[in-house]
Design a protein around this ligand. Structure first.
Ligand SMILES: *[C@@H]1O[C@H](CO)[C@@H](O)[C@H](O)[C@H]1NC(C)=O
Ligand SMILES: *[C@@H]1O[C@H](CO)[C@@H](O)[C@H](O)[C@H]1NC(C)=O
Ligand SMILES: *[C@@H]1O[C@H](CO)[C@@H](O)[C@H](O)[C@H]1NC(C)=O
Ligand SMILES: *[C@@H]1O[C@H](CO)[C@@H](O)[C@H](O)[C@H]1NC(C)=O
Length: 421
């Protein structure tokens, strides 16, 4: 379920206890019925769905036992297209501050805008691939035979006069002393977690964890081992199960995107078992982001918790020009945006984050990552499924242009995190 490592010398039984307590967490999902519009043949049913939803907003919160388990064995035995409108969440603590969108930007400096500079001084890369004791086979490009290692030597340089805070691993660990930091999301956030892991060098009482939650909301794909299911079912109105895991963290770093690129089936908490609706990935993501945002707006005290959201990083796949296979250098053209730019989704994410205001700092890594067509594993990683001769003859057909080699681009994401911690 849950992967973690810790700099603590001895395991503390208290942690287990905390998790037990965490299970008693309250159920806090609220959709505003007013924002549903009903102009469709299925309107009655969708209306019914939402009214059952509102019944969850009840002072006597249902216990976890009342809810169906959604796991990798869950199936849909009926699927209809969803026709209800996307639902909105209601601000509680945030009202009045919704308009100041605080990307983790300072007033003067936008450290997310700049360029990649080749730096083969001894300080880059920040760590070696072999320093990573639990490295993912997906990201170990050097180990899987990548001949050109320049991809490890690029430094992110924001436009002058801005600079990234000088990287200092001791300082990073000082900031994390006595704290719990948790990455929550998909394999990209896991890559960043591996980087933090690799940088571990001192005994600070800090815990850095990763929670596999590719949709942020609950889903049947939340098992980090058996996650590749043909039918992806999410529970768009609930993060409850995940909250139990993450609510004790002092610093939370979220991401979600990759898994929304195809349709998903939704199953409301309150609906009959097996009855699903299908939505486009982008719509499902919007529901999930709103549920997540609602949890934050009602539960997070920004003086006690630091929250970050890492924006999407996308597959590099410019069509006729091939893909990331064989790419050895970043794109130099400034203000390049990947051809796969999913602008509507980016705007949706911005809207949600803007409403959360200063509660969530945004790590806007989309564009700076887009430049790094050279940073993907391509064919230099472990592939779980056997590759037949035909595919082997055409490496671009199976090159991985989604993930990122470590060390590499995720180290820079980590430096950006350090900059804002
Ligand atoms: C650094 O890069 C420059 C230019 O590519 C090259 O001439 C030099 O030998 C490199 N130095 C090291 C230590 O790799
Ligand atoms: C890194 O930070 C530590 C603690 O703040 C400081 O003592 C050390 O001099 C710093 N190292 C560098 C290279 O700046
Ligand atoms: C370690 O950090 C935890 C908080 O995560 C704190 O409760 C505990 O007292 C710390 N232990 C030491 C030895 O500093
Ligand atoms: C749908 O499937 C579930 C098992 O996933 C089963 O328990 C339930 O009775 C089925 N419902 C209908 C209406 O067939």
């Amino acid at each position: 379920m849950f992967q973690r490592w810790s700099t603590k010398k001895s395991p503390r039984p208290v942690a287990g206890l905390l998790f037990m307590l965490a299970l008693a967490v309250t159920f806090m999902v609220l959709y505003d019925e007013r924002s549903i519009h009903h102009d469709n043949t299925n309107r009655e049913q969708d209306l019914k769905e939402t009214s059952t939803l509102t019944s969850f907003v009840h002072p006597n919160l249902p216990s976890r036992n009342d809810l169906e388990v959604l796991d990798r064995f869950s199936r849909c035995n009926s699927t209809n297209e969803y026709s209800g409108k996307k639902m909105e969440w209601v601000d509680h603590l945030c009202s009045g501050q919704g308009s100041d969108f605080v990307a983790a930007k300072e007033n003067i400096c936008d450290v997310f805008s700049g360029k990649w500079v080749f730096d083969n001084s001894s300080s880059y890369p920040l760590h070696k691939e072999s320093d990573c004791p639990y490295m993912s086979e997906q990201l170990a490009c050097e180990k899987y035979g990548r001949p050109d290692l320049e991809y490890q030597h690029w430094r992110w340089q924001p436009h002058p006069p801005c600079n990234l805070k000088r990287w200092n691993v001791t300082e990073m660990w000082e900031m994390l002393r006595g704290k719990r930091m948790m990455f929550v999301g998909d394999s990209l956030n896991r890559g960043q977690w591996f980087v933090s892991y690799s940088l571990l060098s001192h005994d600070y009482n800090a815990t850095v964890e990763f929670l596999w939650a590719p949709f942020l909301v609950e889903s049947n794909s939340d098992d980090p081992v058996y996650r590749k299911l043909v039918e992806r079912i999410i529970r768009p109105d609930s993060v409850l199960k995940h909250v139990a895991m993450w609510q004790h963290a002092d610093i939370l770093i979220f991401n979600t995107y990759l898994w929304w690129r195809r349709p998903v089936k939704i199953q409301w908490s309150s609906r009959e078992k097996g009855s699903c609706k299908e939505v486009k990935g982008a719509e499902g993501m919007e529901m999930a982001m709103n549920t997540w945002a609602h949890w934050i707006s009602s539960n997070v005290d920004p003086n006690k918790k630091r929250l970050f959201f890492v924006t999407m990083s996308r597959e590099w796949n410019p069509g006729s020009e091939g893909n990331c296979y064989g790419e050895k250098k970043p794109i130099e053209e400034e203000s390049y945006w990947g051809s796969g730019s999913d602008i509507p989704t980016m705007r949706m994410v911005e809207r949600v984050l803007r409403r959360l205001g200063p509660k969530v700092s945004v790590l806007s890594i989309t564009q700076l990552s887009d430049y790094r067509k050279d940073g993907h594993p391509s064919v230099y990683r472990k592939f779980w499924e056997p590759l037949n001769d035909e595919r082997l003859k055409n490496p671009a057909s199976y090159a991985d242009c989604n993930h990122w080699c470590v060390p590499g681009v995720p180290d820079v994401w980590n430096q950006l995190l350090f900059h804002f911690l």
